[in-house]
Design a protein around this ligand. Structure first.
Ligand code: ZN
Length: 286
């Protein structure tokens, strides 16, 4: 009898281990994506200059494109020398919740980074103008939020370039060469394509899971326990009504929590110190 009990317990333990849920981070839609970001996971391609084109000094003047460092890696967080963190808002703009988030950021005098979807850019150009006017940084989050690991490099390029052109037509080339892959989903092919278009690939270090209607107390707990100097916080400015109402309510509390911990807010180029490290060797026009 005792032997059977031992066998039964062994089988139970075995199945418990096999079926333990694996924690993954996820973007809107709930699709599982990459494992939690840790620096060791940072993906490095062979570090060689992709383009050795000499860039004329007047590139910035001519294009008004803000040019920043392009390295063959994914950026999860900055070095944090100046105790800055970056708030990032994905999937916008819409013409309702994005405005509310902009109002809150304005109230706190915080500059954030918006990773926008091209098809939304086309629908709500006036919101893009407001984001740019308020001094926030605008990054590229593809045209239609497809999982880039499931489409061809040609389609990836078209998604990025079409979004780039939509932004150009509204605010000129005043947005930046930063890209966040939809669902945080990437592989070697995705990175090669993104880098070949001279975009930096930006991930995050703190996932609030705000898109999933996460209780405000849980979001605060996540942020306060995971935030580090140079941290990049993933939030959304467009999504389901219920989740977004929750985000708008949570944002002031999240901001207060981060401030109480002694952090300042910066944009992605601030936190990653791209402005100080422009690498003209690796840059070219799109
Ligand atoms: Zn997204």
């Amino acid at each position: 009898m005792y032997v059977y009990l031992r066998i039964f317990i062994s089988i139970m333990v075995y199945f418990t281990i096999i079926f333990l849920p694996i924690e993954t981070t996820s973007d809107q839609s709930g699709l599982p994506t990459q494992p939690p970001p840790i620096l060791e996971d940072t993906y490095f391609l062979e570090v060689v200059p992709v383009y050795n084109i000499e860039i004329a000094d007047d590139l910035e003047v001519k294009d008004q494109r803000l040019v920043y460092k392009v390295e063959q890696q994914v950026w999860y967080y900055g070095k944090g020398d100046n105790r800055q963190v970056a708030l990032t808002f994905d999937d916008g703009p819409d013409n309702y919740f994005t405005y509310q988030i902009l109002d809150i950021l304005q109230e706190y005098d915080i500059k954030a980074t918006f990773f926008v979807i091209g098809s939304n850019v086309e629908r709500f150009p006036e919101v893009i103008r407001r984001i740019a006017h308020d001094g926030h940084v605008i990054g590229n989050h593809s045209w239609s939020h497809k999982d880039f690991t499931k489409i061809s490099p040609n389609s990836m390029g078209a998604e990025i370039v079409k979004t780039d052109e939509a932004l150009n037509s509204i605010i000129g080339k005043k947005h930046t060469n930063i890209f966040r892959p939809p669902y945080g989903s990437y592989n070697k092919e995705v990175l090669e394509t993104v880098h070949s278009l001279n975009y930096n690939c930006i991930y995050w270090s703190v996932d609030t899971k705000d898109w999933a209607n996460t209780p405000i107390t849980s979001m605060i707990k996540t942020v306060s326990s995971q935030i580090t100097p140079g941290g990049i916080i993933l939030m959304h400015c467009s999504g389901s009504n219920g989740a977004m109402r929750n985000v708008v309510k949570a944002l002031p509390e999240i901001i207060e929590t981060i401030k109480d911990l002694g952090y300042e807010f910066g944009t992605i180029p601030d936190v990653l110190e791209f402005n100080q490290q422009v690498n003209h060797q690796n840059l070219r026009e799109l």
